[in-house]
Design a binder for this molecule. Sequence first.
Ligand code: ZN
Length: 542
Amino acid sequence: MTNRFLILATSIAAVVASPLAAATPKPKLIIAVAVDQFSADLFAEYRQHFTGGLKLLSEGVVFPSGFQSHAATETCPGHSTILTGGHPARTGVIANSWIDLDAKRADKRIYCAEDESVPGSSAENYTASVVHLKVPTLGDRLKALSAQSRVVSVAGKDRAAIMMGGHKVDEMWWWEGRGFRSYADRPVPAVVSAINTQIDAMLGVAVAAPALPAVCAAKIAPVAVAPGKSVGSAPGTRDAGDARAFRTSPAFDAVTLDMAEGLLDSMKLGRGPAVDVLSIGLSATDYVGHSFGTAGPETCLQLLSLDQRIGLFLAKLKTSGVPFALVLTADHGGHDLPERNRERALPEASRVDHDLAPAMLDEAIARELGIEGFLLTGDGPMGDLYVSHDVPEADRPRVIAATKARLLANPKVAAVFTKDDFRGYQPSTAPVNEWSLLDRVAASYDPARSGDLVFLLKPYVTPIINPGAGYVATHGSAWDYDRRVPMLFWWPGIAGFEQPNPVATVDILPTLAALINLPVAPGEIDGRCLDLDGGPGDTCHP
Ligand code: ZN
């Protein structure tokens, strides 16, 4: 055999072996990345422009239509599905905040990631906690199997870190104020102190306006949203000390990944006797989307910067030699502000009416029915409404009926559901994109936490009444622009493929569990394992 033939034979063997290698990655480290508000629409729009980490992940196993299946497409519920395999109806995390009329405090709003039993806790100034998450995360399941598994969660938002990390984290760090914080009783590792010190120094200096990639510069076109306020201009300078502007810039995700890398190195994740898990919540895309909308140069710069920073993260992981498998997805999608959508062939885009604010509904129903006192409350102009305990039992049915009728008479309301609608409900077996509105609402409905009524706005109705005062665009609806997110699975050497048909973020947990032979009883979750081997092999049945 000549040397030349030997080389050829070896390379053929390598080609033949690679799908098998891809089918059994045997990861020692599972990494889950959630990019907050990274809609399937943004992935589709920017995919052609990615050259870094998001390009690499786009060459793995790609599900461009992953669904956060439920109606309440907010951050806390969305993150709760990713590593639990459960819809918010199962995880208990039905919204970013809900109302507990029995709460022993004046403000009855409960933040999803607080422990309201701690004296002095309020929805605004709370004690961060995982108590509301009713199910185990991947990390919790690994810990139950082996105490030697390490569970690390890092995010720009506490609710992202907590809902992906779970109940038994070794390290959990989220942004608060001017740096990364954890539960009050947690010791601060040296690497966390060092990174926080670096961040503090970064925040202390002004930053020049960023250079825009050409594709983003082409999107500069100011759109007026309120008197004296517009979006769509080139991103400007950042003043020294402006932590809010920092949080609404690519630098925020960069330092979150710095923190993840710091803990990865210092804890030697993936090099211990058991499988470790690292979850990472990248929140800047959400802050940029809320502040500037999704279709301008601001989101463009954010996504192209994120692509580059994730590229550095993946390069570091690859050179580390740690066998890992990674999934990247989002907690929900999003869409652009109505003012720009109206300019762009979507004339029906609008903002919600003041009439739909819970306080206005409360007044209107009291007047209509001639009942004194407080009848109704809620946390915003869509979603859950709760009938006050002050309403006599005999009056409750007519309060609910009158509220439902008033909501349905509003031209911006799509549907209203009451507790009766969920009695005897059977989950749909249809593909998630074909679900009825009731199916979607049921997936984020918890009889103990949800409202007496749940109302949905029509498509393209943005539930922000006054864009002059704060955010201009948002998510949270039952429509597919808020439900659809990419789901990208990747590890070094993976034989990629693309499956355009719908899957769900609740499928992520069983899919990852199968890669590490972690048993998950089907009755404990809502998702199913996705076979990441595009050939005859099956990662669900290795
Ligand atoms: Zn979010």
